[in-house]
Design a protein around this ligand. Structure first.
Ligand code: UDP
Ligand code: MG
Length: 313
């Protein structure tokens, strides 16, 4: 029996890419006929014609499953739903905008066949805007310094994971997901395959700045206690500065009582400074407490409206 490879494609407003993506995939799958394939498209609350287009190709191709979310749950959750549904011996996660070249996925399969359980595609080059590159660089730099695990640089979610890893990932119930961190965390034999990342074929990025900040926060807070430790350190520093301020104020009062009113500036600055510091530190605490709150609600990760697949007709 042939091995089954599952592809997972998260879809958010990709009407301009679905046809090309599907056509490219069909051609490639034909050329590599030594495997069976399953293509899972997760429609993450698209507002355009994506769902209609997906249902259309699903009706003609029994290898396709379309999972339609009841609303937009975000890229990481869409990928999770795909992984949960996949039946393959290996699961390949790819973006649907042609930025991750479909043909590279076969290089991932080759490495998998030689015994690796996680094969991640690493970008040699990328064609994103300077802003995106700069923010991505800063994010990975900070993450690298703070996180308790090593997350390979220049990787997205384009990767292949073995069935074993899929089963482990299914046990992760956290809501604020940072999949590439989770995949690093699980261990197993991992290897990189490098590739040149293309430009988005059509449409706009589904990651505006707001989503990028949420994503970066999830990455750092999920895999690091550093911000919490930082609170203590900054707390000590500020307390130290305040203490010398107190000594100064007392000294002025005792030795130069006539000049003591000059301390006004100093007082205002120190009050504002400590106040500001406290707000920041409360914010850090709040970020973690918020996560505890979300996890304690134990809500389902995503809500499926309909599944279109050949097996449930
Ligand atoms: N995506 C999604 N839900 C979202 C945002 C994006 O499923 O809320 C999908 C999108 O369709 C694409 C992938 O996630 O297949 C990566 O998104 P995008 O290309 O917009 O991100 P970028 O490449 O700009 O970082
Ligand atoms: Mg993209």
């Amino acid at each position: 029996m042939k091995k089954l490879i599952s592809y997972v494609f998260p879809i958010y407003n990709e009407e301009g890419n679905i046809d090309l993506l599907y056509k490219t995939m069909v051609d490639l799958l034909e050329k590599h006929s030594s495997y069976d394939y399953e293509l899972i498209f997760v429609n993450d609350g698209s507002k355009d014609k994506s769902l209609e287009m997906l249902i259309d190709i699903q009706e003609k191709d029994s290898r396709i499953t379309v999972i339609n979310f009841s609303r937009n749950f975000g890229h990481q959750i869409a990928v999770t739903a795909g992984i949960d549904t996949a039946k393959g011996d290996a699961v390949i996660i790819m973006d649907s905008d042609m930025q991750d070249p479909p043909k590279v996925s076969f290089e991932l399969i080759t490495q998998w066949e030689s015994g690796y359980e996680v094969v991640y595609a690493q970008r040699k080059t990328r064609k994103d805007s300077p802003f995106k590159r700069f923010t991505a660089f800063m994010f990975y730099y900070v993450l690298d310094r703070l996180a308790d695990i090593k997350i390979p640089r220049n990787t997205g979610d384009f990767r292949l994971i073995d069935r074993k890893v899929v089963e482990v990932l299914k046990q992760f119930e956290e809501h604020n997901r940072f999949l590439r961190g989770m995949v690093s965390y699980v261990g197993f034999k991992q290897i990189a395959v490098s590739f040149d990342r293309d430009e988005r074929h059509a449409g706009e990025t589904g990651y505006p700045l707001k989503k990028m900040i949420k994503f970066a926060t999830d990455g750092i807070l999920s895999f690091s206690w550093a911000p919490l430790k930082l609170i203590t350190r900054v707390g000590f520093t500020v307390a130290g500065i305040s203490f010398s301020g107190i000594l100064y104020a007392l000294a002025v009062k005792i030795f130069y009582p006539e000049a003591s009113v000059e301390g006004w500036t100093f007082i205002v600055i120190s009050i504002l400074f400590t106040g500001g510091m406290q707000m920041i530190m409360l914010g850090v605490l709040g970020s973690y407490i918020g996560r505890i709150y979300v996890e304690s609600q134990r809500r389902p990760l995503y809500i499926v409206d309909t599944i279109y697949s050949s097996s449930n007709k």
